[in-house]
Write a new protein. Sequence first.
Length: 216
Amino acid sequence: MGATNEGALRQRMAEVMKAMDDKGLNRGTSGNVSARCGEAMLVSPSGVPASHLAAEHMVLIQPDGSMAPGSLKPSSEWRMHQGILDRRPDVGAVVHCHSRYATTLAVANKPIPAMHYMVAVGGGASVPVAPYATFGSMELAATVVDALDGRYAALMANHGQIVAAPNLDYGLAIAEEIEEQAAIYWGTLAIGGPTLLADEEMNTILQRFKSYGQRR
Ligand SMILES: [Zn+2]
């Protein structure tokens, strides 16, 4: 990948991190993003608030885990990002955040069921919950990769949400929609729970979403 593309990716990663803050998906330094960069991966740094992030802060990590001397410390979740990008050739970017409603459901270990057609933006008829493992661990990387099998989005038990997408913009849009669906589901749980769409209808919607392609 040429220098120009890498520069543009770095810039867009900083913008997406700021957008997550602006949209209320993230607070403080908890969220992180990554993007495929040729054979390597760019990942946001650890401990830098989104408002202070710049393109040069993104950390380039090689397939063997090595980083350029002088790089900032990468997000503690970099192995999870690398695991997803390794497993999923269809994925170009990963977006992770602790947005309030998605995290509420993740803490309660409640997958989002087929209660609205927009649940299908996650790539399945529901949004599953990946089993809990310590943040930053290889175990977490493995459970999240498994939960995302064939999907774009999953909740992470007692932690947050994770989105794997063709590109950064699509990833941000999916994360925002998953948070909205989580908020709606949370609300319905207070009034008796949702009525669900039939499997056949969700299959139709998933096919329609596929034919829209990467419309964002
Ligand atoms: Zn996290």
